[in-house]
Design a protein around this ligand. Structure first.
Ligand SMILES: [Zn+2]
Length: 302
């Protein structure tokens, strides 16, 4: 399997992005892998600290390894939002391909100092591992929020992005560009959408020249995704949309089979429902409508 670093380079050249989907059980993992397999595209499986605590760091690594071998698809494993070096080291030792070392809640000087140390420490444990750093405010919980906070407050500037990348030696940057973790109830109902600061993405890309990740992609307007990828986003994170599909389809399946207690009879429709969400996002990130978007951006730049 090709390494994640090379693959990111290629996506940049081809103007596509790799889909990153969080999992916290086998149902979600099977759905993500089935979708990637159907489209024959690479995918990143993400597990945050909470998701890893629930499933087990080594158990997730073992499951992904066996699915990777069996499916023939490039499946990468990312330790999403890791807030301490000890937790990041645990993932590096388990063979994760990437770590999101997220100290964005700390003052910037402290974020720089500790992220720089983590890059050195984690690469000493697992040399091919890619370290993603984060600055700016993109919220925390991938869940349904009563109201979404004002994203315009904590946006990343191109200058601080450039300084942060140079000072820490990170491989990937997660900027705040209008994205936000979680979805509002109106987004779940399809009445509202997130909008991204495309110009800012292009400026951050120009200033840093590193792969960029878009966190909190759930509920984002499809056209904004296309523009963001054309402007330099290489990885897109989707979590809440999968969790919503997981819960709604689980309730529907239980409702349809009131006396059923057999998990393998209750859960297949849940895998199918989550897989559909992953399929539609992967199609979008891997080219559906992207070529037209590039032409549009290029002609706008002329
Ligand atoms: Zn995130």
């Amino acid at each position: 399997m090709q390494g994640l670093r090379d693959l990111l380079q290629q996506t940049q050249q081809r103007g596509v992005a790799i889909g990153h989907f969080n999992i916290s059980d086998l149902v979600l993992l099977k759905a993500v892998v089935a979708a990637a397999r159907e489209l024959d595209v690479p995918v990143i499986v993400g597990a945050s600290q909470g998701e890893r605590d629930f499933m087990g760091v080594h158990e997730i690594a073992a499951l992904v390894k066996s699915l990777r071998e069996e499916s023939g698809v490039s499946i990468f494993l990312n330790a999403d939002h890791t807030h301490s070096l000890a937790k990041a080291e645990e993932a590096a030792k388990a063979g994760f391909d990437a770590v999101v070392f997220d100290l964005s809640a700390l003052p910037i000087e402290e974020n720089v100092r500790q992220t720089k140390e983590a890059v050195v420490a984690l690469k000493a444990i697992h040399p091919p591992i890619l370290i993603e750093g984060e600055i700016g405010d993109i919220g925390t919980g991938s869940e349904i929020h009563e109201t979404m906070i004002d994203v315009s407050k904590g946006l990343t500037t191109p200058e601080e992005a450039k300084q942060f990348v140079a000072a820490t030696g990170i491989d990937i940057l997660a900027p705040a560009v209008g994205n936000m973790h979680g979805m509002s109830a109106s987004m779940v109902r399809g009445e509202a959408r997130k909008h991204l600061d495309i110009e800012r993405i292009a400026e951050i890309k120009k200033a840093t020249r590193v792969p960029l990740t878009l966190h909190g992609g759930s509920g984002t307007e499809g056209d904004d995704f296309r523009k963001a990828i054309a402007a330099g986003i290489n990885i897109v994170h989707i979590n809440t949309e999968l969790r919503v599909a997981w819960r709604e389809s689980l309730e529907a399946s239980l409702g349809k089979q009131p006396g059923e207690v057999v998990p393998y009879k209750i859960l297949p429709p849940v895998i199918e429902a989550v897989k559909e969400v992953v399929l539609s996002r992967l199609r979008l990130f891997n080219g559906e409508g992207l070529a037209a978007q590039r032409v549009e951006l290029e002609s706008a730049a002329e």
